[in-house]
Ligand binder design. Structure first.
Ligand code: ATP
Length: 360
């Protein structure tokens, strides 16, 4: 099902400011849409409005072009999975999963079929007669998913469903969720503050900050073409290097003069339009060249972190500004030594320093 948000806004009672404003968004049928952003940016508020758990102050919410603003939550044909799982502790896994169908007075045979089908898919058949307290966190999370699945909703809404799991299990469940989505093909809207979850699971990411959408699109667009400095710094690990400077003679020169970087032929015209103006240059840590290049920087390695497949070099320009550079783990580097790295013209991100918006 398609979910459309048209100029949606939310103002909580007793609050002076709108928590969310001018939210325009199309979530296509079968999308796995991840709403991403720092704590307090309004992600949960948005999800709860879609779920019908929060009222909508302004704008329209449409499901397949039908206005849903005033439709009660129970009639929206959605299922929500919470961070806390919210399982009934005194009921078995089976009864937890069957609960909503039993409330709807579905036939026992239908309930049984749906519960077993979901349990099979989630690999929890062996625990159907256990109590939530007798199974692990990861299994509990699957029960919560199963409980949502048996209702065969038109939309799955998930609020940080993996944040109570340890790192390994989270990684495993990410892949499981993607698999599940591929087989069920139900439109899903998933809230998280974790960029890795967004980059790995989403067909569409919506990155929010301070109640506004900063960028919406496919994961690779966030990495390759961040719309502004906020997005550039939010996506990617280590955080993108950003240097302040200006455009002189069609190329970027940092304030301390130690970085000179020419745009690629493709970006030349856009960058030239900023001649004499303040510009911020973004370079991802993994995009410095270790081979020959016409424009270079010289840096001294201060601290080196070995992560196995890569090394992260915390380095300093002559001016003292920090530059973080990642290099393949098998290459030899040493703390306290100076190295030269090349600038890759095709990997440069130019931003208008005043507005923060992308130029190229
Ligand atoms: P987190 O990841 O920390 O849950 P979030 O991005 O989901 O953050 P929200 O929970 O939507 O953000 O909160 C956004 C803002 O709305 C916050 O400033 C919060 O204090 C405020 N807020 C949330 N719920 C209410 C409420 N019921 N009444 C008043 N203000 C609220």
């Amino acid at each position: 099902m398609k979910v459309s948000l048209k100029n949606i806004g939310k103002k909580y009672e007793g609050r002076e400011e709108f928590t969310l404003r001018n939210i325009d968004l199309e979530i296509e049928d079968k999308d796995f849409c991840v709403i991403l952003g720092p704590s307090g940016c309004g992600k949960t508020t948005l999800l709860r409005m879609i779920a019908g758990l929060n009222s909508i102050t302004e704008g329209d919410l449409l499901f397949n072009d039908k206005r849903m603003n005033k439709v009660p939550s129970k009639d929206r044909d959605i299922a929500m999975v919470f961070q806390s799982y919210a399982l009934y502790p005194h009921m078995t896994v089976y009864d937890n999963m069957a609960f909503s169908l039993a409330m709807r007075k579905e036939r026992k045979t239908v309930i049984d079929e749906r519960v077993r089908e979901a349990a099979e898919l989630l690999q929890i058949t062996n625990y159907l007669h256990s109590k939530p307290s007798d199974i692990s966190g990861g299994q509990r999370q699957r029960v919560a998913l199963g409980r949502a699945m048996v209702r065969k909703p038109r939309v799955f809404l998930m609020d940080e469903p993996l944040s109570n799991l340890d790192a390994k299990l989270r990684e495993h469940m990410r892949v499981e969720l993607v698999r599940l989505h591929k087989s069920l093909e139900t439109t899903s809207i998933y809230v998280t503050h974790d960029q890795t979850e967004a980059m790995t699971m989403a067909t569409k990411i919506v990155l929010m900050n301070e109640g506004k959408i900063q960028q919406a699109g496919k994961p690779d667009e966030f990495y390759n073409k961040p719309a502004n400095l906020f997005v550039a710094r939010f996506i990617g690990s280590p955080t993108m290097n950003v240097f302040e400077g200006k455009i002189e003679g069609g190329r970027f020169i940092s304030n301390d003069g130690s970085i000179k970087a020419s745009p690629s032929a493709q970006d030349e015209a856009n960058v030239k339009a900023f001649e004499g103006k303040k510009v911020s240059l973004g370079i991802r840590s993994e995009r410095f060249l270790t081979g020959e290049a016409d424009e270079k920087i010289e840096v001294k390695v201060d601290v080196m972190e070995m992560l196995g497949k890569e090394k992260i070099l915390y380095t300093n320009l002559p001016s003292g500004d920090e530059v973080v550079i990642s290099v393949p783990g098998h290459l030899e580097f040493h703390e306290g030594v100076s190295y030269t790295f090349g600038i890759d013209h095709g990997s440069l991100h130019f931003f208008d320093t005043e507005t923060g918006n992308r130029i190229n």
